[in-house]
Design a protein around this ligand. Structure first.
Ligand code: GLU
Length: 310
């Protein structure tokens, strides 16, 4: 009999604010998919910016509390990205040794003033000006610390997303050379996420659709670092019953508001499960009860609406 390796999934929130219902929906789907198959579920706190973002400690405490409230348990220790600089450094050097990195001295203002087209996330497509300057032998500006960019080839990268379907992008023309280490020395999300998922043996990544366009960059880094790509499941954005985006600023769907309204998690889980089409109508239910009903292949591809009155 062929023994298949057990699946490993994860939830990897950035504690820049308190969790909101959209994050929770991702955590729930990731947990259901893994637990249904008897796999391992990991929790990683993406607090790379902990030194700059003072609320991260407090938000992390709430994050653990909110997940426990919902009944989302995890295996092993929580992984904190803020403690893993040496590991990221090793893989940064692996890229450097392959001649793939170059320093970039452009300021944010310079980048945004460029006439180059902008990407779907609003960031400008990098025109490689620092690479061209270095190739012309120009001296870098004195006393300025650079960010580090990885060179990408003019190549189409595609993958089959378990929820969103086939997605493809040309690395050079659709995203261009991207930052793997910021000028303040902090490693970028794209590098850290690839390294952590690979070293933790993550085989399934469930996350929001807003990260779909980051995936080709991550697949490229996996290839250059000799890692295997996990299965990707990008789930749609959560909107309110009227189809409006839940706005973090107004506190819509923020867990502090949700927990002030509901003592018990069952109605919240029920509302999210109904929004995802796992159950027909919104009614209190536990995560364990959802295990036998969940089917990743039947999740909606487009936006997910909260039930009326929730
Ligand atoms: N930390 C990211 C976020 O909270 C998610 C990263 C990932 O799942 O790859 O948006």
């Amino acid at each position: 009999m062929i023994k298949t390796a057990p699946i490993t999934g994860r939830f990897a929130p950035t504690p820049s604010s308190r969790l909101h219902l959209g994050n929770l929906m991702c955590a729930m789907v990731a947990w259901l998919s893994v637990r249904q198959k008897g796999g391992r579920f990991l929790l990683r706190v993406e607090d790379l910016d902990a030194a700059r973002c003072k609320d991260m400690g407090e938000n992390t405490r709430w994050l653990l509390d909110d997940l426990a409230w919902l009944g989302i348990d995890h295996d092993g220790e929580v992984l904190y990205q803020s403690c893993r600089d040496e590991i990221y450094c090793h893989y940064f050097e692996c890229l450097e040794k392959q001649g793939l990195l170059y320093p970039c001295y452009c300021s944010r203002a310079e980048l945004h003033a460029a006439t180059a087209p902008h990407l779907s996330d609003g960031a400008p497509l990098y025109d490689r000006r620092c690479l061209l300057r270095a190739e012309r032998g120009e001296m870098p500006p004195a006393g300025k610390r650079p960010a580090w960019r990885v060179r990408v080839p003019d190549e189409q990268v595609f993958f089959e997303d378990a929820v969103a379907g086939r997605y493809e992008e040309n690395l050079l023309r659709d995203c261009s050379d991207f930052v793997v280490r910021r000028s303040d020395g902090v490693f970028a999300y794209q590098l850290a996420v690839v390294v952590d998922d690979a070293l933790s043996g993550v085989s399934e990544v469930v996350r929001g659709n807003d990260l779909l366009s980051s995936t080709p960059r991550q697949i490229y880094l996996q290839r250059m670092l000799g890692f295997t790509a996990p299965r990707y499941c990008h789930i749609p954005l959560l909107v309110d019953a009227e189809g409006r985006r839940l706005s973090k600023r107004d506190g819509d769907g923020c867990m502090s508001e949700v927990r002030a309204r509901y003592r018990d998690a069952a109605p919240v889980i029920g509302a999210l499960a109904a929004a995802l089409g796992i159950i027909e109508k919104s009614e209190p239910i536990t995560l364990r009860e959802l295990l036998s009903l969940f089917d990743m292949t039947r999740l909606p591809r487009d936006t997910v609406r909260l039930p009326v009155g929730f």
